[in-house]
Design a protein around this ligand. Structure first.
Ligand SMILES: NC(=O)c1ccc[n+]([C@@H]2O[C@H](COP(=O)([O-])OP(=O)(O)OC[C@H]3O[C@@H](n4cnc5c(N)ncnc54)[C@H](O)[C@@H]3O)[C@@H](O)[C@H]2O)c1
Length: 432
């Protein structure tokens, strides 16, 4: 048995989590709750200070649980990456964004691999959790890590294990979501399985990091493509005069061979809009075009424009023009009950409505400020007076805390992009 195996089994290992964001912070907490000593690393001093004070900045992590982990000395955060030397396992949870031209931006993964390489110790295991294209762990990370003079599979272990977290979900978390693990060799896979079996009920070993990397991207492409399909159907349903929501609800009664996806003003978050481009880009290396991905992106990216045109038509039917209309957008987070606005379609909607001359304000109980076209907007109070004064209320994010019946009664016109009002019969509501 290797020393690492022994330390993981006895929970005497120290776990290093690099990048204390939406993925890294819950993971750090999960390992500390499992009884490990966890050292969290972030380049943002502010995040490190907040963690060490037990103050959470991620909705899925409560300050109480963070405080308990810090107080019991199970969790500590630092910006000092030379302390990577002290840990037994290094889990990398840094961002994988896109460049302006929508190409993969692996700079965070590359920079961090260079840092880890400087401090890498024999016997450590390194696991990449960031979503990326197949080949990143072996083709990009491994050679950088081996610059340390240590050999992967012999002196240290290397694996990919995608994070599948569903932010804001009440039903799924790290513990009850099966965790995929693919090592660069059987020993790396075995050790990574052992590592994650302390925080996940089910750990699924796969045959290689490439399979794990491809699976994660495939899962997100699957969502992206199905959302595009239903977004396209929505546009056809509108032309025919059928409620797409009734169709989806009816289809969802089929107990096999179908799962519901819902239309909306576009897709958001750090995963679904970005990850497919990682695969599309990799595919081009092989003279291969991922047509489904490109078509889905095309349809989904057009949705904010489609919503604006529907709002414009609806106002027109009421004898009003969008130019000069007062529009209140409800919800700017990319999905309900979270505070994350990354890639949120609401931001695009607000921008487009503004460009058409509407006077736009927004309310989001989770998001105090947003930046749209270089200017900062602040969430306005949701008062009866405001609801009755505006020309249009756009439900852009279906936060559970809103009283939609009350909103529909107070507002003169509601445009619902999420179908959250589909049980209401008010005549002043138009749904996607
Ligand atoms: N947010 C999600 O729902 C989700 C779900 C599954 C997978 N992912 C993937 O996980 C990865 C991380 O996403 P996230 O949402 O947690 O991002 P995030 O931006 O919330 O967190 C990343 C953190 O890493 C820090 N960081 C950046 N470079 C660093 C470095 N060199 N050393 C130490 N810290 C560094 C940043 O300061 C930030 O705090 C991405 O690849 C993403 O695609 C995200």
């Amino acid at each position: 048995m290797t020393k690492l195996e022994q330390r993981l089994k006895q929970k005497t290992a120290t776990i290093g989590i690099i990048g204390l964001g939406y993925v890294g912070l819950p993971l750090a907490l999960a390992f500390s709750k499992a009884g490990f000593r966890v050292l969290g690393f972030d380049i943002k001093q502010k995040n490190v200070d907040l963690v060490n004070k037990g103050r959470s900045y991620i909705a899925d992590v409560t300050s109480e649980s963070l405080m308990a982990a810090v107080a019991s000395k199970h969790l500590k955060a630092t910006t000092d990456q030379s302390r990577i030397r002290e840990v037994d396992a290094v889990c990398i949870c840094v961002p994988t964004p896109l460049t302006k031209t929508k190409d993969p931006d692996l700079s965070y993964v590359i920079n961090e691999s260079e840092t880890v390489s400087k401090y890498l110790q024999p016997g450590q295991i390194v696991v990449l959790e960031s979503t990326t294209y197949p080949g990143t762990t072996r083709e990009v990370m491994l050679p950088i890590l081996e610059r340390s003079g240590l050999k992967a599979g012999r002196d240290f272990y290397l694996a990919f294990s995608p994070e599948r977290v569903d932010p804001g979900s009440k039903n799924f978390n790290i513990k009850n979501t099966p965790k995929l693990v693919g090592g660069i060799d059987p020993k790396s896979t075995k050790l990574a399985v052992l590592l994650y079996s302390h925080v996940a009920d089910v750990v699924v070993p796969v045959t290689s990091p490439e399979v794990a990397e491809m699976t994660k991207v495939f899962e997100n492409v699957f969502r992206n493509v199905n959302i595009a399909l239903v977004n396209e159907l929505t546009q056809l349903c509108e032309k025919i005069g059928i409620s797409v929501w009734d169709v989806i609800d009816a289809a969802a009664t089929k107990p096999f061979g179908y799962m519901p996806f819902y239309p909306g003003p576009g897709i958001g978050g750090h995963c679904i809009p970005l990850d497919p481009y990682y695969l599309a880009n990799k595919a081009r290396e092989y003279d291969f075009h991922t047509r489904f991905i490109e078509l889905a992106a095309n349809i989904n990216e057009q949705m904010p424009y489609y919503v604006v045109s529907r709002i414009m038509d609806a106002l027109n039917a009421r004898g009003k023009s969008l130019h000069g209309a007062r529009v209140l957008v409800l919800g700017v987070a990319y999905k309900k009950d979270v505070e994350d606005t990354r890639e949120s379609p609401s931001l695009k909607l607000i921008q487009l409505l503004g460009e058409k001359g509407a006077s736009v304000c927004y309310n989001d109980p989770y998001v105090a400020n947003i930046k749209v076209s270089e200017s900062t907007m602040t969430s306005v109070e949701l008062t009866d007076k405001r609801l009755s004064k505006v020309d249009c209320v756009v439900i852009a994010t279906d936060h559970t805390c809103y009283d939609y019946k009350d909103i529909a009664e107070k507002a003169s016109f509601v445009f619902d992009t999420r179908g959250i009002t589909r049980k209401l019969r008010n005549k002043n509501i138009i749904r996607l």
